[in-house]
Design a protein around this ligand. Structure first.
Ligand SMILES: C[S@@+](CC[C@H](N)C(=O)[O-])C[C@H]1O[C@@H](n2cnc3c(N)ncnc32)[C@H](O)[C@@H]1O
Length: 396
């Protein structure tokens, strides 16, 4: 593989923004690629994949390349050596010694937190929370995420969409057990496809596609999605309801709800209303009003490190402590919105019991006469997709 000056420079610039300026990897890569629209598909893939790989393996690469902070060329050199790509004789790669790197890699492989490239505190937390399972899940979290589409059944069927995508040179597979999911054969940008612009599908991980059906929504019901964000799951709920009944999408961030409205228009959703939660009154006003309530709460995001590897370096123990308090607060205060007899799903994209079943247990212990747990389900990163937790509760 031949390396080019402009694409390797783009990787280094992206790394500087991610680590130096603490910006989100996906946003940085999107912007770098947008600024250089003349690059072909191969160059774009090299930049995106190499940047993500270096973010994912940052700790291990620093160890084996002995790179100091901000020495991004050394990190790039090290990953190229690991991928058996010969380094060109550029001065930027001075100080990158393939034999030394190979030797240090053998030593790094003996220590889990370096081999798996994870901060000390997070490695300790993962082991404390899920014990022996941590080894396997940590390895799975370092795999590259697959790209999964959700067929928008308001506008098309899976069969029709597959055919349409083929005409647009996008090859997909069905996934057993996921009725509306199509897996991309090859990673590619689907957001420019006419079928995307026409609202025929959304990009949504297969595990995330389990949440809306878990809530057992039906056409004609009144459903509240209280942490709707930009609406990945809201749109799925709308499709399952066949646009019949009413959905209220709520969030504390107006800009996310604006994005949800935009996506809803593209997807042909007509039964959605959004409400910004800017005071506790917004929630109180909806007391006893919903047949179904989704609480897809803010969380550590530890189940989705495959797609957000930079979260490893941005998360902190303090953030996790605070978000857990918020989760319990949301459970305590928002469940009142469901009618007696109605169903609630509490979900996270975390694999930590302290954000999942322990939160549900605490909530039920505080409200023994009002709510009961019907069932819960863990989806592990080692199952192949994102890690999720979902609990189905009933208001008595
Ligand atoms: C896990 S994300 C939701 C993802 C979304 N459901 C989806 O499927 O795309 C959690 C959301 O909760 C929102 N949030 C944070 N604090 C909140 C609160 N107190 N009440 C409601 N939503 C809140 C965040 O802005 C964020 O959009």
């Amino acid at each position: 593989m031949k390396l080019y000056n402009n694409t390797t420079n783009a990787v280094v610039q992206a790394l500087d923004q991610i680590f130096g300026e603490q910006r989100y990897a996906d946003k940085v890569i999107e912007k770098v690629l947008k600024q250089n629209s003349k690059w072909g598909a191969r160059d774009r893939r090299f930049i995106a994949e190499t940047t993500y790989d270096i973010v994912r393996w940052y700790r291990m690469l620093r160890e084996i390349s002995q790179a100091g902070e901000h020495e991004y060329w050394k990190l790039l050199g090290a990953i190229l050596v690991l991928q058996d790509i010969p380094l060109p004789a550029w001065e930027e790669f001075n100080g990158v010694y393939p034999n030394e790197i190979a030797k240090r890699k053998r030593n790094a492989d003996k220590v889990r937190k370096i081999r798996e490239s994870i901060p000390d505190w997070l490695d300790a937390l993962g082991e404390k929370e899920i014990g022996k399972l941590w080894d396997k899940e940590l390895t799975a979290l370092n795999e590259e995420a697959q790209v999964v589409l959700r067929v928008n059944t308001l506008k098309t069927s899976k069969k029709e969409l597959r055919e349409r995508l083929e005409e647009e040179d996008i090859e997909t597979y069905s996934i057993d057990g996921f009725p509306d999911a199509l897996l991309l054969k090859e990673r590619q940008n689907v957001f420019t496809a006419p079928s995307f612009k026409g609202g025929l599908f959304e990009v949504q991980d297969a595990a995330s596609q389990m949440i809306a059906p878990f809530l057992k929504v039906e056409p004609g019901q009144r459903v509240i999605d209280a942490c709707a964000g930009a609406g990945g799951k809201t749109l799925h709920i709308a499709a399952l309801m066949k646009n019949k009944g009413r959905i209220i999408g709520m969030d504390t961030e107006k800009w996310k709800l604006d994005e949800l409205q935009k996506r809803a228009r593209r997807g042909g959703v007509t039964n959605l209303e959004t409400r910004v939660i800017d005071s506790s009154k917004v929630v109180k006003r909806l007391a006893n009003s919903a047949d179904r309530l989704l609480l897809d709460v803010p969380c550590s995001g530890l189940g989705v490190l495959k797609r957000n590897p930079d979260a490893k370096w941005k998360l902190s123990e303090e953030f996790i402590t605070n978000v857990k308090e918020l989760q319990q607060h949301i459970l305590q205060d928002y469940c009142e919105m469901v009618k007696p007899g109605g169903l609630i799903v509490y979900s996270t994209c975390s694999i930590l019991p302290s954000e999942n079943q322990h939160q549900v247990k605490t909530f039920l212990e505080k409200n023994p006469d009002k709510y009961e747990l019907l069932e819960d389900n863990h989806v592990w990163p080692s199952d192949g997709f994102d890690g999720f937790y979902m609990a189905l509760l009933k208001r008595k």
